[in-house]
Design a protein around this ligand. Structure first.
Ligand code: FMN
Length: 129
């Protein structure tokens, strides 16, 4: 595979929890038509197909096992430092550059947020020179 794996789709509303956690994410559902990489956390890029802009991102693939409820698997991208972006309804392409870790069911929301902070720092090191 000579270039990063990508997933395309329209950004849908998630559980609206990300903003409360301090890390709002652009959620793209995975359907039967395209395979997402294994559940876990990645550093990569989110590209808006409407404007062509590309942003560095920390990306989660999975069902958010820290929280209750049966949930669809999806690709969630936190665009670094851009809590102001509104991407609902926008077609995006997410590229996976580096795998950071596996998906974890944390015992508390605080533990999840601390780990997300480390993930974002690592993604920044890898993506932003
Ligand atoms: N959810 C988990 O349950 N376990 C994880 O290990 C985990 N890691 C994440 C790492 C990053 C960098 C990001 C952006 C999200 C991660 N998530 C993880 C997903 C969050 O639980 C999710 O973004 C949050 O619940 C908001 O969901 P919502 O967009 O549906 O509101």
């Amino acid at each position: 595979l000579g270039r990063p794996y990508t997933v395309r789709g329209e950004v849908v509303r998630g559980d609206q929890r990300g903003r409360e956690l301090g890390y709002p994410t652009a959620n793209v559902p995975t359907d039967g038509m395209q395979a997402a990489p294994a559940d876990g956390v990645y550093a990569g890029w989110l590209r808006r197909l409407d404007t062509g802009e590309t942003f560095p991102a920390a990306i989660s693939v999975g069902t958010n096992p820290t929280f209750d409820g049966v949930r669809a698997r999806r690709v969630e991208s936190y665009v670094l430092d851009r809590t102001d972006l509104d991407l609902y309804g926008v077609e995006v392409e997410v590229s996976f550059v580096d795998r950071l870790r596996g998906m974890t069911a944390f015992a508390s929301v605080e533990a999840l947020v601390e780990q997300m902070e480390r993930d974002v720092a690592r993604a920044r090191e890898l993506l932003v020179p």
